[in-house]
Every structure is written in C-alpha cells, then in structure tokens.
Design a protein around this ligand. Structure first.
Ligand SMILES: [Zn+2]
Length: 160
C-alpha cells in the first residue's frame, strides 16, 4: 500500500472487486462493469463463496453479453448460500415449489366447489328454473370446461 504516486491516470474510483482485493483497477478490468464501487457487498459475497479467480475465469469463458446475467446469478447464489449454508438457493426453490403445489391443490379444490355449485344451479330440484324463462341471457350456468353432455358423444342412438 505505497501511495507513492498520486497519479494522473484515472480519477475513477476502483471497482468493488479491485478495492476489495486492494489492487489497481486497470481500464480493461473484467470486474469493473459488473461490480461498481457503490455495491461493495455484492463482490464480497461472490468472492467469499466462489473466489475472485474462479469468477474472473468464468467471466472470461463466456460471451460479454452474458456476463451481467452470470454475475447477477452468482451474486444471488452467493447471498443465498451465506444466509443458508446448507441449502443455499435450493432452499428458496423448494419453498416456492411447495407453495406452487399447495396453490395447485387450492385451485383444484376451488374448481371442484365451483363445479358442485354449478351442478346445483341447474339441477332439476331447483323450481325457479321452470318458470324463469329457462335462464337465458343472465349467465351461462354451463362453463366450458365441465361440459359432460352438451357436445361430444350422443349417448341415445335412438334407432331401436
Ligand atoms: Zn477493477
């Protein structure tokens, strides 16, 4: 850390990676576009989990337009791994998968309720249906997905 030359090279502050690693941030620095000095923890997390040299190797192996996405996913994974050393982002994924399953069950139950309700509405026990103009116009009691009879096969092949 010899601050011998208060140089006239760059007035730019070093990127977060170079600052963290205490080295000079040169103009072609691979980290600079993705680790701005305003986000020091982003690089610190990524470095702690993956290591700076692995990250620079990875960034050099992929196309420039993919690097930002790669860095963002590394940062996400690193943060998740620091919060949850055992499961990392897999923990978040499985929580969301469980949520999806639960919501799917709820949706199925609600659809079943809806079908039951719809069938009651058009059941022959409902006396209003007789004198109610056969319900034309107000709403369709027969939603498209449950149609057991209106189209498809015609069970009465009346020729006998
Ligand atoms: Zn740098």
């Amino acid at each position: 850390m010899a601050s011998s030359s208060s140089s006239s090279s760059y007035s730019n502050p070093p990127c977060a990676a170079c600052k963290f690693l205490r080295r000079k941030c040169l103009s072609g620095c691979i980290f600079a576009p993705y680790f701005p000095p305003e986000e020091p923890t982003k690089f610190a997390n990524v470095h702690k989990i993956f290591g700076a040299s692995n990250v620079s190797k990875l960034l050099n192996e992929i196309l420039p337009h993919q690097r930002e996405d790669a860095v963002n996913s590394l940062a996400y994974e690193a943060e998740a791994r620091l919060k949850d050393p055992v499961y990392g982002c897999v923990g978040a994924i499985s929580v969301l998968q469980r949520q999806v399953l639960q919501l799917q069950k709820e949706l199925d139950a609600t659809n079943a309720d809806l079908m039951r309700y719809t069938n009651n509405e058009i059941s022959p026990y409902n006396p209003r249906r007789m004198g109610y103009g056969s319900g034309v116009g107000s709403y369709n009691p027969n939603p498209g997905y449950s149609v057991p009879y209106s189209y498809g096969e015609n069970p009465g092949h009346g020729s006998n």
